[in-house]
Design a protein around this ligand. Structure first.
Ligand code: BG6
Length: 485
C-alpha cells in the first residue's frame, strides 16, 4: 500500500494540533519515517497565509520541545510539506478549496481535530465537494458522542461518507508503547498467560491519576465529567487489553473483536449496586507540587455556584465471563491528584496452603505495569532474607523491567507518532471500532443513569490528595487497598 499520502488536518490551529499533532508529525519526519512526498494541509477559519501558519506551528514546536531539542534543519524539511487552507467548516461552498489542493492518485487522510458536533457535517461537505474516494481515510478524535445515542448519531453520520474500514477512531492510550506492551507481556510470555485468570488473580487495579485540573476547559468539562472524559475511553480500553482473550492473530479485526466481547461482558452498575460499587468526587482547593491550587468551582471559566460534575471516579467492576468471574477490577481516575500515575496492578491470590508461619513476611505477588511515569513492568516477589540469624524470614523483592533503559532509544515516542504511522499504513489495530465505542457507552450510560436516579452526588477531595475517603472505603471494605496508598 502506498505511504505517499496527503494529510488534511481540520482544526489545525487548535490546542490539540499545536500540542500533539504537529509535534508528532515533526518527530516522524525527523526520524525519516515520512515519505518524501507526504504533504500536510492545515485547515482553520482564520484568514492567514501559509507563512503565518508555519510561523505559528514553528512557535508551537519550540514550545513543545524546548529550543535545545528542536532541530532547525528538520524544521526546514518539515515546513516545506505544510500548506494552509482557510475553510469555515460549516460552509459547504468553501470545501472545493480542499479538492483543489489534493493531488490525484494519492491516498488522502482527513484528521478531524474539531468538536465532534462538526464530524457529520464535515463528512457531508467533503462528499459533496467530491473529496472522498474509496480509499480516503478519516481520523476522528474523541469524544465520539456524549452517550450511546449521540455516539450512534455521530457514527451513522460519518458512515454516510466513509466505510468503517476507513474510519480511524482515536484513543490515544492505544498509541502508548506500554499499552501495546500489554499484548507482548500477556501473549508472548507463557508463564504470565497461564496464570491470567480467576484461579490465580485476586483482583486488578487500574489507576489513571492526573495532577492537572481541567485546564481552562470548565464549560466543556462541566458537561462531561471524568467518567466520560477518562473511563468511557482510556480506562476501559486498558481494561480490555488486560482482560481480553488471546486474539487469533494481531490483525485489527481479531483484536477489536476480543475487546468488544469484554465490553459487552462488563456487569452493569445499576441503581441496585451503584452506592457500593461507584464513588464520585470533585476537587476542592489544595496543593500540587508545593503550590496552592483552586478548587473545581473556583477554576477560571466556572459558570455556576455549584456543580455535581465529577472530577474523580472510583469503581468496582466485574466482567461476567468464564475467565474473570468473581475478580473485581477496581478502576480509579481523577484530576488534581497527588501525582501523575497511570498503572495497572495485578494482585495474585494466596497459595492454597501456607507453609510459612504468620509473621515471616509472606506477601501476595503483584505485577505492576506502569504506563507513566517511568514506563516499565515490576514483579513483586517474595524471597528469603539473607541472614544466618533467622531460620526463614521473607522479604518482598522486585524484578524490574524498565522500558526506557532497556530500549536503547533516546526517548519514548509519543502516542500520536505511533497512531499517525498506523493510519498512514492503513492498519486499524490501535483504533477503536464502532462496536467498541457503542458497547462502552452502553455500560457508562447505565452507570450515569444510576447516579442520576439515586441522586448520588460528588464528594469533595483536596487537590493534591488521593481522592475522596470513600474511594478508599470502596476497596478497603473488601480487605484490599489501593496500590501506593
Ligand atoms: C484526554 C482527556 O483524553 O486524556 C484529558 O480529555 C486528560 O482530560 C488526558 O488529561 C490524559 O492523557 P495522558 O496521556 O496525559 O494520560
Amino acid at each position: 500500500m502506498s505511504e505517499t499520502i496527503d494529510l488534511v488536518i481540520f482544526g489545525a490551529l487548535g490546542d490539540l494540533s499545536k500540542r500533539k499533532l504537529f509535534p508528532a508529525l515533526y518527530q516522524l519526519d525527523r526520524a525519516d519515517l515520512l515519505d518524501d512526498e507526504v504533504r500536510i494541509a492545515g485547515l482553520a477559519r482564520g484568514d492567514i497565509t501559509t507563512e503565518a501558519f508555519c510561523e505559528q506551528i514553528y512557535q508551537a514546536l519550540k514550545r513543545a520541545f524546548g529550543s535545545s531539542a528542536f532541530d532547525e534543519s528538520s524544521w526546514q524539511r518539515f515546513s516545506s510539506r505544510l500548506s494552509y487552507i482557510q475553510v469555515d467548516f460549516a460552509q459547504q461552498e468553501q470545501f472545493p478549496a480542499i479538492r483543489k489542493w489534493l493531488l490525484k492518485d494519492r491516498t488522502t487522510i482527513y484528521y478531524l481535530a474539531t468538536p465532534p458536533s462538526l464530524f457529520g457535517s464535515i463528512c457531508k461537505h467533503l462528499s459533496a465537494a467530491e473529496c472522498v474516494a474509496s480509499d480516503t481515510r478519516i481520523v476522528l478524535e474523541k469524544p465520539i458522542g456524549h452517550d450511546l445515542q449521540s455516539s450512534q448519531q455521530v457514527n451513522s453520520a460519518v458512515a454516510e461518507s466513509f466505510d468503517e474500514r476507513n474510519i480511524y477512531r482515536i484513543d490515544h492510550y492505544l498509541g502508548k508503547e506500554t499499552v501495546q506492551n500489554l499484548l507482548a507481556l500477556r501473549f508472548a510470555n507463557r508463564m504470565i498467560n497461564s496464570q491470567w485468570d480467576n484461579s490465580c488473580i485476586d483482583h486488578v487495579q487500574i489507576t489513571a491519576a492526573e495532577t492537572v485540573g481541567i485546564e481552562g476547559r470548565w464549560s466543556y468539562y462541566d458537561k462531561v465529567g471524568q467518567l466520560r472524559d477518562m473511563i468511557q475511553n482510556h480506562v476501559l480500553q486498558l481494561l480490555c487489553m488486560v482482560a481480553m482473550e488471546p486474539p487469533n492473530s494481531l490483525q485489527a479485526d481479531e483484536i477489536r473483536a476480543e475487546k468488544v466481547k469484554i465490553l459487552r461482558a462488563l456487569s452493569p452498575i445499576t441503581v441496585a449496586n451503584v452506592a457500593s460499587q461507584a464513588v464520585r468526587g470533585q476537587y476542592t482547593a489544595g496543593w500540587i507540587a508545593g503550590k496552592p491550587v483552586v478548587g473545581y468551582m473556583e477554576e477560571a471559566g466556572s459558570e455556576r455556584d455549584s456543580s455535581n460534575t465529577e472530577t474523580f471516579v472510583a469503581l468496582k467492576a466485574y466482567i461476567d465471563n468464564w475467565r474473570w468471574a468473581g475478580v473485581p477490577f477496581y478502576l480509579r481516575t481523577g484530576k488534581r491528584m497527588q501525582g501523575k500515575v497511570t498503572e495497572v496492578v495485578i494482585t495474585y491470590k494466596d497459595h492454597p496452603h501456607a507453609i510459612f508461619p504468620d509473621g515471616t513476611g509472606e506477601a501476595k505477588n503483584r505485577l505492576i505495569i506502569r504506563l507513566q511515569p517511568n514506563e516499565g513492568i515490576e514483579l513483586e516477589m517474595v524471597s528469603k532474607k539473607q541472614s544466618l540469624k533467622e531460620r526463614m524470614s521473607l522479604e518482598k523483592r522486585r524484578l524490574n523491567l524498565d522500558f526506557f533503559d532497556s530500549s536503547g532509544e533516546s526517548r519514548i515516542a509519543d502516542a500520536y507518532e505511533r497512531l499517525f504511522l498506523e493510519v498512514i499504513k492503513g492498519d486499524q489495530w490501535l483504533f477503536v471500532s464502532r462496536e467498541e465505542i457503542e458497547a462502552s457507552w452502553r455500560w457508562c450510560d447505565t452507570l450515569l443513569d444510576a447516579w442520576k436516579q439515586t441522586g448520588i452526588g460528588t464528594m469533595g477531595y483536596s487537590a493534591g490528595s488521593s481522592g475522596p475517603s470513600k474511594a478508599d472505603m470502596l476497596i478497603e471494605k473488601d480487605q484490599r487497598s489501593w496500590h501506593g496508598s
